[in-house]
Ligand binder design. Structure first.
Ligand SMILES: Nc1ncnc2c1ncn2[C@@H]1O[C@H](COP(=O)(O)OP(=O)(O)OP(=O)(O)O)[C@@H](O)[C@H]1O
Ligand SMILES: [Mg+2]
Length: 266
């Protein structure tokens, strides 16, 4: 599978090679991933779909340097990942917000950690707040927000420094259908305009195919990649029109079929 995605050393944005991850404790041993090879080129948008517990979050954490592979290797722009990486944006499966900080404070935390110009960061935070429909809640604390709103704050924080690699773990799972659709359209715009490389884990087949340039399907645990589909559609996509295309239907039905066979009918 990797043969046609190999590129000269240093140019591949994310290179995952023969990765195995096993979690072992005194009580148990869980093999989360086996033999995972995935090469993501600059500006690609790769969506990862797979049944619950197949190791999707584990895979993203390995790319971010938050989990170490038991064997195999992960590299970002040709540099092996051996420790947590700062040069990425990460939207975690659960919004990880500081309870004592406001919406704006949680977003600009990213800027403080990186020593960004605070005036620029605040302006950018305000435009992200507007984009994600959080206007009016700038001063609210996380416990005053719904789960979906918290997740949007987390998305704003991940986008604040305009990262060239964005890892997203079911970022829209807690949103209502309409907001989710709006966020999908925004994310497509951001990807098309900025050329950011994105790895997105999602349980929604429609979301995966609408957003991605490539959809990767994983098997049940221990997770491995069972099939990949290149989505042959323009980068900037209209939501309604894309959902009507034969390409969208072809890939969605195949991915659904694979996930159905794996017992995941989401
Ligand atoms: N830190 C850890 N210690 C021990 N086991 C872990 C750890 N992290 C994950 N696992 C196990 O690894 C497997 C894969 O977990 P992971 O969270 O990656 O799945 P997932 O595909 O993201 O699932 P979901 O779709 O439900 O979010 C699970 O069996 C989980 O119990
Ligand atoms: Mg997960």
């Amino acid at each position: 599978m990797s043969a046609d995605t190999l590129s000269p050393a240093g140019t591949t944005t994310v290179a995952i090679d023969d990765v195995d991850i096993t979690f072992a404790s005194k009580r148990s041993r869980v093999q989360a991933l086996t033999d995972v090879t995935l090469h993501v080129e600059p500006g690609e948008f790769v969506a990862i779909a797979g049944p619950s517990g197949c190791g999707k979050s584990t895979l993203l954490k390995a790319v971010a340097g938050l989990t170490t592979p038991s064997s195999g290797s992960v590299a970002l722009r040709g540099e092996r990942v051996t420790a947590p990486r700062q040069d990425i944006g990460y939207v975690f499966q659960r919004a990880a917000l500081l309870e004592w900080r406001s919406v704006r404070g949680n977003i600009t935390l990213q800027a403080e950690m990186r020593g960004m110009d605070m005036a620029v960061a605040r302006r950018r935070a305000d435009s992200l707040i507007e984009m994600t429909g959080l206007t009016g809640f700038e001063k609210a604390l996380p416990h005053e927000l719904s789960g979906g709103m918290q997740q949007r704050v987390s998305l704003c924080r991940a986008l604040l420094h305009e990262p060239s690699v964005l890892l997203m773990d079911e970022p829209f799972g807690a949103l209502d259908a309409l907001t989710r659709e709006r966020m999908n359209i925004e994310l497509n715009r951001i990807w098309a305009e900025t050329g950011t490389t994105v790895l997105l884990v999602t349980h929604s087949v429609a979301e995966a195919v609408y957003l991605a340039s490539r959809v990767v399907v994983m098997s049940p645990r221990p997770g491995r990649i069972i099939e990949e589909h290149t989505v042959d559609l323009p980068r900037r996509r209209s939501y309604a029109e894309t959902l009507e295309t034969p390409e969208f239907h072809r890939i969605s039905s195949r991915v659904r079929e694979l996930l159905g066979a794996a017992g995941d009918n989401d």
